[in-house]
Design a binder for this molecule. Structure first.
Ligand code: NI
Length: 264
């Protein structure tokens, strides 16, 4: 069985001690490919470095809503830095712009800056013909509105998709992909089954968001991409299909949406 973890942060400092060791173990235990996501300039640079070293890891680069600049005038410079990474990426390791989006849970005071840099990064994705990976938290309506008014040519993925009916409905209407993570396995995620059932299998991706959000039955400890299997198992259980079907289709979906990844 092959698994594709569509979102992780092996660039996080929690992996500084044993990054290479964990990457090798992850690969050996059947995780065939995965994405390492940046969230600011430095983490994006590191994600490219990791993807350069390991051909089965791909990088996504971007400025997350929690890492936006303080002043709106500083946005342009940040966008240039991200674009520079793409222009230097001779080996096609950067497969999407992300994670980008809106987060009003952590910060309500700078909505305008969050929205502006989100839109600018959509333009960047369109310029390079790659999809976007969206982080949205307590900002459902604004996120949908921005996506409706700013068409993303290669569409994108709702990473660690909030278990929110309205958001999922709109995302599917726009033909976006829904990426499920550890929270669907949590005992207190009351509507997880209902939300997973709403999404057709050909629109589902699976992810860990490691080192965060470790799924049940290993909640609370450092997460890594091997645990994407628990997320896949939960989807299989909710949809009453086999784990193989989930692994196979989510793998195929990932290769479809990340259009730059070689299908080999
Ligand atoms: Ni993330």
């Amino acid at each position: 069985m092959e698994f594709f973890d569509s979102h992780s942060h092996y660039n996080d400092e929690k992996f500084d001690e044993d990054r290479d060791e964990i990457i090798i173990k992850t690969k050996e235990e059947g995780i065939t490919k995965w994405i390492c996501a940046g969230y600011d300039i430095n983490s994006s640079k590191l994600s490219v470095k990791i993807a350069e070293k390991y051909p089965f890891i791909y990088s996504i680069c971007g400025i997350s809503p929690n890492d936006v600049p303080e002043k709106i005038e500083e946005i342009e410079g940040m966008i240039k830095d991200i674009e520079q990474l793409i222009q230097n990426d001779k080996n096609n390791r950067i497969v999407a712009i992300g994670e980008i989006g809106l987060d009003y849970y952590w910060n309500k005071e700078n909505k305008e800056i969050q929205q502006e840099i989100f839109k600018k990064q959509i333009d960047l994705a369109n310029k390079y013909n790659i999809p976007i990976v969206i982080h949205t938290r307590e900002a459902v309506m604004d996120t949908i509105e921005i996506l409706k008014n700013n068409n993303v040519n290669k569409r994108g993925i709702f990473h660690c998709c909030p278990l929110n009916r309205e958001l999922v409905k709109e995302a599917l209407k726009m033909d976006y992909y829904i990426s499920f993570a550890g929270p669907i396995t949590f005992k207190n995620s009351k509507n997880a089954k209902e939300i997973v059932e709403m999404v057709p299998l050909n629109r589902i991706l699976i992810e860990t968001d490691s080192p965060y959000l470790s799924p049940e039955p290993q909640r609370g400890i450092r997460n890594d991409s091997r645990k994407v299997k628990f997320v896949a198992e939960k989807i299989a259980e909710f949809k009453e299909i086999t784990l193989e079907e989930v692994a196979k289709q989510t793998y195929k979906n990932a290769l479809e949406v990340f259009n730059k990844i070689s299908k080999k």
